[in-house]
Ligand binder design. Structure first.
Ligand code: CTP
Length: 417
């Protein structure tokens, strides 16, 4: 990647000093930074050091006659390929979520027509505060990409999420977003899925019994995350609705974290329209009908009465999206997890759930939670049995088939029959 330019907004937080290293790292990758330093940011880094590292003028004021004659603030926000806010403070996020334009940074964010990446870093309590989480949801809903902060010891002595992510992760993300906006894949390959929106579910769901206990399963999310990465590499805009897992979110993928099956369905419906829906999640079929509002207790060391589980059926997310009249994704793909009679049951499941393709998944061995997968792809053209391979290879091969479907118009689509 060469000759890309980002507008880097440096907010006021202790992590601001790391933005200096980020500028150097990006320069090594061929990405130039034009910088805005907020009033808070100037308490932590000086415009002089930012200018020295970026080799460019540094902008600080909204109403500055010299700046306006050289480059108006609207032009400033549009002259870059991408706007990056790093560190994004709680205050900057709040102002951007509210659409305020009281200073140069917030005005640039409001006036831009370019993609925006925010990299939050703040005290753990500020991060967890409902107001910040509300603003985060608003920003993501507005199409802003927000990186989740790292968890660890903080400069203020507390521990938790709020640390600035590793600089390599930020720089990788910036490169991926720049590559996407330039119409080439992260590795510069032509993008078969450019302009397509792919919605993927992954991981397990958690169905609460009480505030501390839940029903769930062993799904690691590995297959769904690998697919998200492969399709983002192919140029698709990818929304990944995921239950709780410990996978790294692939660069360029929009993560929507959820817990229950019902949350997962709502998040999927909110993410539509999509060209492709891939249902990889191991959705819990049932949920406790009445989760206890308080922790269920053993009384005096003995259970008052052993609780019995009263379960209700969860919505079927795959069948719901496959059955939509309006906004049914063009290609709907399910994963059928079976321990025996794999292909026969998957063929039946494909018909029942009205999905176009079904990936039959043999989970009798160490597949669930493991590195490898053994799948067959079922389309209206028949059954293809793939040899055992890594989940990353399954993802790459399936992504290739999906791209073929769009570029060559290859069918296999029940809805089209
Ligand atoms: N699925 C879903 N919502 C559910 C259950 C399953 O979206 N409530 C999706 C899964 O993501 C997968 C497909 O349906 O793509 C098949 O899931 P699987 O667990 O194999 O099938 P079930 O419908 O749960 O049927 P069974 O448990 O009887 O095998």
């Amino acid at each position: 990647m060469t000759h890309s330019r980002i507008l880097l907004i440096i907010g006021g937080g202790i992590a601001a000093y790391k933005s200096l290293e980020l500028i150097r790292d990006l320069a090594r990758r061929g990405v130039a930074c034009r910088c805005v330093v907020t009033a808070g940011g100037r308490e932590f880094v000086t415009p002089l050091s930012v200018a020295a590292l970026s080799g460019d003028k540094v902008y600080t004021e909204l109403f500055d006659l010299t700046d306006e004659t050289e480059m108006g603030h609207i032009e400033l926000s549009r002259s870059a390929d991408l706007i990056v806010v790093c560190p994004a403070t709680a205050d900057l996020m709040a102002r951007a979520a509210a659409g305020l334009a009281g200073d140069l940074a917030s005005t640039a964010l409001l006036a831009t027509d370019k993609p925006v990446l925010m990299v939050p870093a703040m005290n753990v309590r500020m991060w967890r505060h409902p107001a910040t989480q509300r603003n985060l949801a608003t920003l993501r809903g507005d199409g802003v990409r927000v990186l989740d902060p790292d968890t660890g010891a903080m400069a203020c002595g507390e521990f938790g999420p709020g640390r600035l992510p590793e600089l390599t992760r930020i720089a990788d993300e910036i490169e991926a977003m720049l590559a996407h906006s330039e119409g080439a894949g992260p590795r510069g390959v032509p993008e078969a899925m450019a302009g397509r929106h792919v919605l993927i579910t992954a991981g397990p769901t958690r169905e609460p019994l009480d505030p501390v206990r839940f029903l769930s399963n062993h799904s690691s999310g590995r297959q769904g995350y690998a697919l998200a990465a492969a399709l983002a590499d192919a140029g698709a805009r990818v929304t990944l609705v995921s239950g709780p897992v410990s996978q790294t979110v692939p660069a360029g993928v929009d993560l929507v974290p959820v817990e229950t099956a019902r949350d997962m369905l709502a998040a999927c419906e909110a993410a539509l329209p999509a060209d492709v829906f891939i249902s990889v999640a191991a959705v819990a079929d049932w949920r406790p009908s009445q989760p206890a509002p308080r922790k269920l207790k053993l009384k005096g060391g003995q259970a008052a009465a052993t609780p019995t589980l009263d379960l209700s059926e969860n919505p079927d997310i795959l069948a719901t999206l496959a059955g939509l009249r309006a906004h049914r994704p063009d290609l709907v793909i399910g994963f059928a997890a079976e321990t025996h009679n794999v292909e026969a049951l998957a063929i039946e499941k494909r018909q029942r759930k009205k999905c176009d393709w079904m990936v039959a998944n043999d989970v009798s061995g160490d597949v669930m939670g493991g590195q490898d997968n053994q799948v067959s792809l079922i389309t209206d053209a028949g059954v293809e049995t793939w040899s055992r391979m890594s989940k990353t290879d399954v993802a790459a091969r399936l992504a290739g088939r999906i791209a073929d479907h769009f570029t060559r118009g290859r069918s296999g689509n029940l809805a089209a029959e």
